[in-house]
Design a protein around this ligand. Sequence first.
Ligand SMILES: [Zn+2]
Length: 306
Amino acid sequence: MGTRQNRLDQLRAYSSSGYAMPLPAGHKFPMSKYAGVRFLVEQTGLPVLEPPRADWHLVERVHHLEYLKKLRFGTLNTKETRLLGFPWSEMLVERALRAAGGTLAAARDALNLGLGVNLAGGTHHAYPDHGEGFCVLNDVAIAALELLQTGLARILILDLDVHQGNGTAFIFQQDPRVFTISVHGERNYPFHKESSSLDIGLPDGVTDTTYLQMLEEQVLPVLEQFQPQIIFYLAGVDVLERDQFGRFALTLSGAKTRDTRVFQFCQNQGIPVVSLMAGGYNKHLENTIQAHANTVLAALEVFVQP
Ligand SMILES: [Zn+2]
């Protein structure tokens, strides 16, 4: 086996599942999905590592000091806490730093190996001055700015989570080095949408066939045109039927085909890709867990198996 196989042997994933924060009983956020996904990914033989903590100075390039101070000292007010959707705890902050560190580490893996995997991240609703929609820090923006700082010039963020990547779109609105694509439910949260470089708002009830056709015809050609040096892929699985916060109707198999097509495209074009979990809140937790694990399986099928 040649060098390519040797490099692929180094593939790994990062998981923040050890940093679960306390949530009140009945909270809608499926915190246990991270451990479930980690377990399924470990079954594939892919090593799963502790993510490093993102340095505060990298976080400060994206987020305002005033917001970060409130996060560090636990002084968010009631309105800010409600907007975020999580109660404050030290673990909330630690977890957000680990998730961002995992995304940056996975981005460096992608540049070295072709593929990087973070079993967390894709917290695209976080704005510079506040968190919202279960998103504390904008991990992709933190990682992207660091890559730009260290020499990259063209980055693409492909956000296929069912909700618009409003925070990310806002952060990079004026930055021609970063192309943001968001495919989302037009009638879904966030109700005030920002302008991504490309927004595709779809109606409720979208099925596999419609979705996959849209991906081939409207998304992949745009990726090809921009010729990015790296793609951050937010593989949100809240596109599945029976998601509590989604309105699409993709099947597990349709969602996996979506992921496979993205990874095949990246591999064919030789574009490094970072796989990020983003959202997934199915009425049946096991479907969310399986769909997130399927994203990693799809990536391994494309990158590792000939
Ligand atoms: Zn979402």
